[in-house]
Write a protein that binds this ligand. Structure first.
Ligand SMILES: [Fe+2]
Length: 459
C-alpha cells in the first residue's frame, strides 16, 4: 500500500513538473496608445556631441502640439534654490511625420507586417561652455510643461580615472527583461560616466512602440548617463512597402531625431559613425552596416591622429563571430588591420546574442627584456548581449588566428570598464549581478598592453 501511494505521488510530481515545464510564456499586452507621446517631455536622452568636459546634448519627444522647446541648466547645489540660477537655451525642434511606415515585420509571413503613422516632435539642446568636472542640473520643456531636474557631471581632465558601462543587443523582450539588466548595471556602477550600446537597441528599426520600450526600460538612467549608441542591423529595415518589395533597408527614422551625437563621421552616415575623447580615451563608434570602406579611410585618419593613451572601438557586427552561420569577413579585412596597426585596445561588439571574449597578438611586438610573451596582447575583442534573445556559441576562433579566452551561453550581461592611468579594468556581470568575466590591460611606455586574467582571483 505504501509503495502504491509513493508511486502515485511520484507520478503526480512528474506530471506536475511536466506541466510546469510546458507552460507557455505569455507576452505582455499593452494598453492602447501606451507608446504615444503627450505634451509632457518623454524619451529624454543625454548624449555627447562635442567636448564632454564642456558640453552635453539632450533630446526629448513630445506630441506635435508642442512646437517649441527649451533646456534649462544650472550648477547643481544642495540648496534647492539652485534652480533659480538656471540659463535657458532654445531647442531645435523637428517634426517626424510619416504615414504607412513599416513597423513589426513578420519574417515568416510578410503579409502580416504592421504599418504605422508617425507624427510627433523631437527637441534637442546642446549645453555649451560648461565647467569640467562639475555637476549640473537640467530640465527640458516648452516653457510651461517641464521635466524634473536631472543631474549629470561633466568630464574631468585628461588622465583622470573613470568608468563606463557597455551593453550588447537589448533588442528583444526590451521592457520585460532588458529593464532588469540595465538597472542592475546602474546599481553596480552608479558613478559610470556613460553607456555604450553596441547596436540592435530594438528589433524593428522604425517601430515607435519598441523605442518606447527602450526608453521605459532604462527610465531615468537614459536622461542621467549619456548614451554612446551605434546602429545594428536591426536599426535598418524597409521603411515602406516598396522597400520590402525591393529589399531595401533604411536607418531607423527615429535615430537621427532622438539622438544628438558628434557630426564628425563619414558623410551620409553621421551620428551613426563618430568619435569622441573622454579623459584620455578615444572612443570610436563605427556603423558596421554600410559604407565599410569609406569608414576604413576615416578610421585611419582618426587613429593616426590620436593623442589619447587608450583607444576603444564600438560597432555591431563582430570581427570574430561568436555564433553559428555568421562571419563578417569584410570588416575583418578592412578594419582589423587598422586596429592592429594603431593598437586599438578594446573592440566592443554585439550582434551574436552570446558572450565571447578573446584577443590577437600585437602588431610588431617589440620585446623588452624580461617581459612574458604570453602576457602581451593586441586588441581584445568582446561580443556581449543584454536583451532576452540568446544564440549558442559556435566552436573556437582557430580559423581567425585569434585566441578566444572566455565564452558564455544564455546570459544577459553588462560590462563595467574602468580606465585609470596605465590600467584598464574590465568586468562583465550577469543580470543578477554576479561577476562573470574580468581582466586587466596594463599599458607599458611603448603603448603595448599586458593582459592579466582576473576572473579566478579575488576581486
Ligand atoms: Fe541582434
Amino acid at each position: 500500500m505504501y509503495m502504491k501511494n509513493l508511486s502515485l505521488l511520484l507520478l503526480l510530481l512528474f506530471l506536475g513538473f511536466d506541466l510546469v515545464s510546458q507552460r507557455v510564456y505569455k507576452k505582455p499586452k499593452f494598453v492602447k496608445n501606451w507608446s504615444k507621446p503627450s505634451k509632457h517631455p518623454d524619451h529624454i536622452v543625454l548624449n555627447f556631441s562635442d567636448d564632454p568636459s564642456t558640453s552635453i546634448s539632450v533630446t526629448w519627444r513630445t506630441s506635435k502640439e508642442i512646437k517649441i522647446g527649451y533646456g534649462e541648466i544650472a550648477l547643481a547645489a544642495p540648496n534647492p534654490a539652485f534652480i533659480s540660477t538656471a540659463n535657458t537655451v532654445r531647442a531645435n525642434t523637428t517634426n517626424l511625420k510619416f504615414d504607412n511606415v513599416v513597423g513589426v515585420i513578420d519574417r515568416k509571413n510578410p503579409k502580416k507586417t504592421t504599418f504605422n503613422s508617425l507624427d510627433h516632435n523631437y527637441h534637442s539642446v546642446t549645453f555649451k561652455n560648461l565647467k569640467p568636472n562639475t555637476m549640473y542640473g537640467y530640465r527640458v520643456g516648452d516653457g510651461e510643461i517641464w521635466s524634473e531636474w536631472i543631474q549629470f557631471k561633466t568630464a574631468k581632465k585628461v588622465g583622470e580615472p573613470f568608468s563606463f558601462l557597455y551593453v550588447g543587443d537589448a533588442q528583444n523582450y526590451i521592457l520585460e527583461l532588458w529593464s532588469r539588466l540595465i538597472r542592475e548595471g546602474y546599481k553596480k556602477a552608479p558613478t559610470a560616466s556613460f553607456i555604450i550600446h553596441a547596436g540592435d537597441l530594438i528589433n524593428d528599426a522604425h517601430e515607435e512602440h519598441q523605442w518606447h520600450e527602450w526608453f521605459m526600460a532604462g527610465g531615468w538612467i537614459h536622461r542621467s548617463l549619456p548614451s554612446i549608441p551605434v546602429p545594428g542591423n536591426h536599426e535598418y529595415n524597409p521603411q515602406i512597402q516598396n522597400d520590402i518589395d525591393e529589399g531595401i533597408k533604411r536607418l531607423s527614422l527615429q535615430w537621427n531625431n532622438q539622438f544628438t551625437l558628434p557630426d564628425n563621421g563619414v558623410e551620409g552616415i553621421k551620428e551613426t559613425n563618430y568619435y569622441l575623447d573622454y579623459q584620455g580615451v578615444r572612443f570610436i563608434a563605427l556603423n558596421s552596416n554600410i559604407l565599410i570602406e569609406e569608414q576604413a579611410k576615416w578610421l585611419e585618419k582618426v587613429l593616426s591622429d590620436n593623442p589619447n593613451k587608450w583607444t576603444i572601438a564600438t560597432y555591431h557586427h563582430p570581427i570574430f563571430s561568436a555564433s553559428r552561420g555568421r562571419d563578417n569577413e569584410i570588416l575583418r579585412g578592412l578594419w582589423k588591420p587598422l586596429f592592429d596597426k594603431y593598437n586599438v585596445d578594446l573592440a566592443l561588439q554585439g550582434h551574436d546574442h552570446t558572450y565571447t571574449r578573446g584577443r590577437v597578438e600585437p602588431y610588431e611586438v617589440n620585446l623588452v627584456d624580461g617581459e612574458n610573451l604570453q602576457d602581451i596582447t593586441g586588441t581584445v575583442y568582446v561580443v556581449s548581449v543584454s536583451g532576452g534573445k540568446m544564440y549558442k556559441v559556435k566552436p573556437g576562433w582557430e580559423d581567425y588566428e585569434a585566441l578566444r579566452d572566455r565564452v558564455g551561453n544564455n546570459k544577459q550581461l553588462f560590462q563595467v570598464i574602468s580606465v585609470d592611468g596605465d590600467k584598464l579594468t574590465y568586468k562583465s556581470y550577469t543580470a543578477t549581478g554576479e561577476l562573470f568575466d574580468a581582466f586587466d590591460l596594463i599599458k607599458n611606455e611603448n603603448g603595448v598592453n599586458s593582459f592579466v586574467e582576473r576572473k579566478n582571483e579575488a576581486l
